[in-house]
Design a protein around this ligand. Structure first.
Ligand SMILES: [Zn+2]
Length: 317
């Protein structure tokens, strides 16, 4: 069964991880290999000849041609960090291996850093996950559903959900056998045709066959060049319909994840990032063992995302 293949895969054990990435030198070597698989190249002039400076704290390369100095972490998600790379790598390991995610409070204890630092590390890694998955769109047969963060989902304040209730769209692409392939989850301003059309343009490939429970706004996917096939639910609830089995299972997993690991957070501010991090993990659920290296690659590729940048991104959500 598909779910057992996920649950029983070996993953990467903590001892195996620490054997590979337990020292600063090992983490530096892994980061250097990820940044420059063919060896260092000067980012300004492309010269390979270099010498290494200041190995005391952070490895820095000096180009023999133009003398430009490039730190190992400059231009990556780790730029300007005062944390040891071993802490970052451990955070990458924890965040990538945990099906249900970690709260910043749990990360604080596990990493041995302050709460603000744990929270910042977590948000930077979630941002790397979000930006990596934003490069892809769903194809083919796609089931969509409307849901709320903070509504039925755990984490909302009982009876006072409205001020922390954020509408979002959940979508899953299915293969020919009807099994889930990839998911996308994104907050929307409201369940309107325009909002769904805008979402579909970003997250779906034109030509997708979109199946919904018939909520009128989902006709908006046709504005993105997709076909819409509503299922009239009538008096039955969508969860009772076999065709919506996977989207309901995935929303159930999300509920567990949010309830178990994060508890309540500011859904309007951070919803995009939390949902994208959940989708990122789901989309790589068969590759637990290599997931830390994939997340490292995403962290190198994304570039610096300082706290001020993250805050601006949160405000524009
Ligand atoms: Zn140079």
């Amino acid at each position: 069964m598909a779910m057992n293949r996920i649950q029983f895969q070996p993953g990467l054990s903590l001892p195996a991880f620490l054997e590979q990435f337990g020292t600063e030198a090992q983490c530096e070597a892994a980061l250097e290999k990820e940044r420059w698989p063919q060896g260092f190249r000067c980012p300004r002039c492309g010269q390979a000849e270099h010498c290494v400076l200041g190995a005391k704290f952070r490895k820095t390369f000096q180009c023999q041609e133009c003398r430009l100095q490039t730190s190992l972490i400059a231009g990556t998600l780790f730029q300007c960090t005062h944390l040891a790379l071993t802490i970052w790598f451990l955070a990458i390991y924890l965040v990538s291996q945990a099906k249900t995610g970690w709260s910043a409070l749990a990360l604080k204890r596990l990493l041995g850093v302050s709460y603000p630092t744990a929270s910042l590390v977590q948000h930077k890694l979630m941002q790397a996950m979000a930006e990596r998955d934003a490069q892809y769109t769903l194809n083919g047969k796609v089931h969509v559903d409307d849901a709320y963060l903070g509504g039925e989902l755990a984490g909302g304040k009982a009876g006072r959900g409205s001020e922390n209730k954020v509408p979002f769209v959940a979508a899953v692409s299915l293969n020919a056998e009807g099994h889930p392939v990839y998911v996308k989850m994104a907050p929307v301003p409201a369940f309107t045709r325009k909002a769904i059309g805008d979402w579909a343009k970003a997250d779906l490939s034109p030509g997708c066959q979109v199946f919904s429970d018939g909520l009128a706004c989902f006709a908006g996917v046709t504005d993105a060049g997709c076909q819409h096939q509503p299922t009239i639910v009538g008096t039955r609830k969508p969860k009772d319909l076999p065709e919506f089995r996977w989207i309901n299972t995935i929303l159930g997993n999300l509920k567990t994840s949010l309830g178990g690991a994060y508890h309540a957070f500011d859904f309007a501010k951070y919803g995009t990032r939390y949902l994208a991090a959940f989708a990122y993990r789901f989309n790589r659920r068969f590759h637990l063992e290599t997931l830390p290296m994939h997340l490292l690659a995403a962290a190198v590729a994304i570039g610096p995302r300082p706290e001020s940048w993250l805050r601006l991104a949160e405000e524009s959500c």
